[in-house]
Design a protein around this ligand. Structure first.
Ligand SMILES: *Cc1c(COP(=O)(O)O)cnc(C)c1O
Length: 351
């Protein structure tokens, strides 16, 4: 096996995406997708774009989408860069801003793509232990780093830090880029976007995958100083100038402009999250304070893997990691009210 593989590929452990089952009957609480459909305006925009225009390459600069984002966030379009999901944005950013000589730092319990990127791009990393309550070890991320990556809110813990803390991090790492990954920010945390302009080392990353119900469209973006955006463009145009296709640009721009729909879906998810937290605590679970569309929970009498398997046997998928610090924890995405009632019922029969 692995004959013809490059040295680099032979030695890499890639990211493991959450299962996408063919069986539609399963209740899918394992990949933090939105349980509600995308904005009807996004669907319509995609439909309109799905015609003769597909003969032509898309706009490599994603101009209309960038303008929609810039307008909503109070930025210039030159402070926005769009990509094929925020995973691509992160991959570009690691290459644009980090050098092999110095360590990139991030919390030990966080998005498991970050260590894959440091390995793949030949970067050193330092993974900083969490505080005992699983909050981000912000002090340990300050000072003399080769770069910082902070998911805020964090995943899979769901915990968010305040903007004062993000500012502390930016001020303590003035000579390197601090990436703030805000995949879940719309579910109750404060965005660092408003710090752009004051901190030339800040790159904020967001996505349409979670709060805009468009995980299947693959659109994410970075926001920051024009200097950082130019570096992102430099990486992209050295790999593939057309990473965001026409359908994706049209659909994402319409979704970003449909503020009313966005507000109502994220509100529904947050309401169901409150119900879910209460239902889990009533069943003796410890639940971390979530600012995301998932909860991270642990039961005193049942191991994480055991719960994962028992729930799966009842048709409910959740996420679990074979990692010592969190092996008794499950990450459970917030589904519809009916999904979460089914979860509670299944737990009653298991526990
Ligand atoms: C889901 C997620 C992403 C990836 O989002 P895409 O835009 O779908 O690539 C990035 N960061 C975190 C922390 C996530 O949970």
């Amino acid at each position: 096996m692995k004959e013809f593989w490059s040295e680099k590929i032979r030695n890499i452990t890639p990211y493991t995406p959450g299962e996408q089952p063919k069986n539609r009957k399963l209740i899918k609480l394992n990949t933090n997708e939105c349980p509600y459909p995308p904005s009807p305006k996004a669907i319509e925009a995609i439909r309109v774009e799905a015609g003769d225009a597909l003969r032509l390459y898309p706009d490599p600069e994603c101009t209309l989408l960038r303008e929609a984002i810039a307008e909503r966030e109070g930025l210039d379009a030159g402070q926005v860069f769009c990509g094929n999901g925020s995973d691509e944005i992160l991959a570009f950013a690691f290459q644009a801003f980090f050098d092999p000589g110095r360590e990139v730092v991030f919390p030990r319990i966080t998005y498991s793509f970050y260590p894959v990127y440091t390995d793949f791009f030949g970067l050193k990393r330092r993974e900083v232990p969490m505080n005992p309550d699983f909050s981000d070890p912000v002090e340990l991320l300050c000072g003399n780093n080769g770069g910082v990556v902070l998911a805020n809110p964090n995943a899979p813990t769901g915990i968010a830090v305040g903007l004062d803390t993000v500012e502390k991090l930016l001020a303590a790492n003035p000579d390197v880029v601090v990436i703030v990954d805000e995949a879940y920010v719309d579910f109750g945390a404060d965005s660092a976007v408003r710090l752009i302009g004051r901190y030339p080392n800040l790159l904020v990353v967001q996505t349409t995958s979670k709060s805009r119900a468009l995980a299947g469209l693959r659109v994410g973006w970075a926001m920051g100083d024009e200097n950082l955006i130019a570096a992102m463009r430099c990486v992209r145009d050295s790999i593939n100038s057309y990473t965001v296709d026409r359908l994706a640009q049209a659909g994402a721009a319409a979704a970003v402009r449909d503020e009313g729909y966005f507000q109502s879906t994220r509100r529904r998810v947050m309401d169901t999250r409150t119900w879910t937290e209460e239902a889990l605590r009533a069943r003796d679970f410890t639940v971390l304070p979530s600012r995301t569309n998932f909860v991270f929970a642990s039961h005193p009498g049942r191991g994480g893997k055991e719960l994962l398997d028992s729930l799966r046997a009842q048709g409910i998928l959740v996420r679990w990691w074979k990692q010592p610090e969190i092996e008794n924890w499950l990450r459970i995405s917030i589904g519809t009210d009916e999904d979460m009632e089914a979860l509670a019922k299944a737990l009653d029969s298991i526990i």
